[in-house]
Design a protein around this ligand. Structure first.
Ligand SMILES: Cc1cn([C@H]2C[C@H](O)[C@@H](COP(=O)(O)OP(=O)(O)O[C@H]3O[C@@H](C)C(=O)[C@@H](O)[C@H]3O)O2)c(=O)[nH]c1=O
Length: 187
């Protein structure tokens, strides 16, 4: 493992936290956000094809729970560059020991951590402050025809969002709840 980038397993199978080493000096700081070689040596193929960013002006707003279906399933490295958010991932792989479990933790501009969202996971977050800047490193191209999602307030998931949920997009608010015919994401 390279000294400026360490991986810590999350409670969901194959998901990790990246702890960034911060090089601080009189000018400010430097940190490595992604590292293909380090991730590959840990068995994670997350070569970046897209870099995305979102700004969420209002505290309490939820975006999610989103994923892309195979063959456009993606690994996402997510981190927060301004403000604070509660980041959530849900394992949708039926063969996984953590199928349909969710996990959440806070990310902020000061946490110097990112989360690795594996393929076959849904992802979302809630802004805990105003003006949250979120950045994504994505391993796959955007494929709107393979875009899918779960309702962030699906009772089958019971995600404990820290604040009352506000500001859902029309697309997110209209997602159906998980039903008996839900088969997860198969590869
Ligand atoms: C995700 C995405 C959206 N778009 C467009 C579609 C739409 O017109 C506009 C806003 O898209 P959305 O409403 O999907 O934005 P948003 O709800 O912020 O979507 C994001 O949510 C979080 C939780 C994620 O995990 C991300 O991967 C992404 O799905 O941007 C792209 O052009 N490329 C992209 O990669």
């Amino acid at each position: 493992m390279q000294q400026d980038f360490s991986l810590e397993p999350l409670p969901l199978a194959d998901a990790y936290r990246i702890r960034h080493k911060v090089f601080a000096d009189e000018r400010g700081m430097f940190k490595r956000i992604g590292c293909h070689q380090t991730l590959l040596s840990a068995g994670i193929d997350a070569q970046v094809r897209q870099v995305n960013c979102s700004l969420t002006p209002t505290k309490g707003t939820v975006r999610g729970m989103h994923f892309q279906l195979p063959p456009a399933a993606e690994v996402k490295i997510v981190n927060c560059f301004q403000g604070e958010l509660f980041d959530v991932l849900t394992d949708l792989r039926p063969s996984s020991p953590t199928y349909l479990q969710w996990y959440g933790e806070r990310l902020s501009a000061d946490s110097h951590t990112s989360l690795i969202i594996p393929q076959g996971f849904a992802h979302g977050f809630q802004a805990l402050t105003n003006d949250v800047l979120m950045m994504y490193l994505n391993s796959t191209d955007y494929a709107p025809e393979l875009e899918s999602g779960l309702h962030p307030q699906d009772p089958a998931l019971s995600i404990a969002w820290p604040l009352p949920v506000i500001g859902l997009s029309e697309k997110d608010a209209s997602r159906a709840f998980i039903a008996d015919n839900f088969t997860g994401v198969k590869f």
